[in-house]
Design a protein around this ligand. Structure first.
Ligand code: GLN
Length: 261
């Protein structure tokens, strides 16, 4: 009897040692996987690229795209809500790894930050109140009042209009508000953002006039001292374009297949 208890005891002890050993070995072999964090900045006032939904969640095409890119690269995406004109400075100082915020690839910005390959073809348009019949395009805004989002290419184009008085506002929704109030005659902004706005209830009071002013490519802004990240993001983006994921996201947010990628 004593012998039996002894044997059982030994077996339990042996099992306990074996188990502990196993646990220890496992840990040594495979350390808990800590994913690298990708610090992403955006200004969520630019639907459908990035905006805050009714549940207070930041969502949009750019958000889905950067999540998919992060997944491709095996990185965890950490999104920071920032002002649009704060994005380039934050990339320059390395406070951000990337900025995805409907940002146009411009020569000026390329002097201080890096960009990914283009991920969307955009362009600038003029928006006016629906009942306005005197402004039919950018040339009719000469000497008039224009609102634009500060630091945007729309603002840059507005400042080039002869004699125009430009009000630079913090975000796109504020420019629409000024237009509605009648304190400005027109707004210059990106076509896809304006098109999306026109389909909302608020947007019913406005219309686009004239042609697309300038064709622009949107790109992901990247910390200029991280060249490896440019390569990795471009690789991930190319893969998503190839495997159909990009098309899926494009259709989800723009309602049609991309014309060109
Ligand atoms: N595409 C424009 C730019 O880069 C506007 C972007 C924005 O307002 N989020 O300036």
């Amino acid at each position: 009897m004593m012998k039996k208890i002894y044997v059982v005891g030994m077996v339990i002890l042996a099992m306990a040692i074996a188990l502990t050993g196993c646990g220890g070995e496992k840990k040594a072999e495979k350390p808990a996987e800590v994913k690298k964090v990708l610090k992403v900045g955006l200004n969520p006032d630019f639907a459908p690229f990035e905006f805050v939904d009714k549940d207070g969640k930041i969502t949009g095409f750019d958000v889905d795209l950067i999540q998919a890119i992060g997944k491709q690269m095996g990185m965890e995406v950490n999104i920071q809500n920032m002002s649009f004109d704060g994005l380039v400075p934050a990339l320059k100082t390395g406070n951000l790894d990337v900025a995805i915020s409907g940002m146009t690839i411009t020569e000026e910005r390329k002097k201080s930050i890096s960009f990914s390959d283009p991920y969307y073809q955009s362009g600038l348009v003029v928006l006016v109140n629906k009942d306005n019949s005197s402004i039919t395009g950018i040339n009719d805004l000469k000497g008039k009042k224009i609102a634009a989002q500060i630091g945007s290419t729309g603002s840059m184009a507005a400042h080039k209009v002869e004699g125009a008085k430009v009000t630079d506002l913090n975000n796109t929704p504020e420019t629409y508000l000024e237009l509605k109030k009648g304190s400005v005659d027109g707004v210059v902004n990106d076509l896809p953002a304006v098109q999306y706005f026109l389909k909302t209830d608020e947007g019913k009071n406005f219309k686009i006039v004239g042609n697309v002013l300038e064709a622009e490519n949107l790109g992901i802004g990247i910390n200029p001292s991280n060249k490896e990240l440019v390569t990795n993001i471009n690789k991930a983006l190319a893969e998503l374009k190839k495997n159909g994921e990009y098309d899926k996201l494009y259709e989800k947010w723009f309602g049609s297949k991309p014309v060109s990628k």
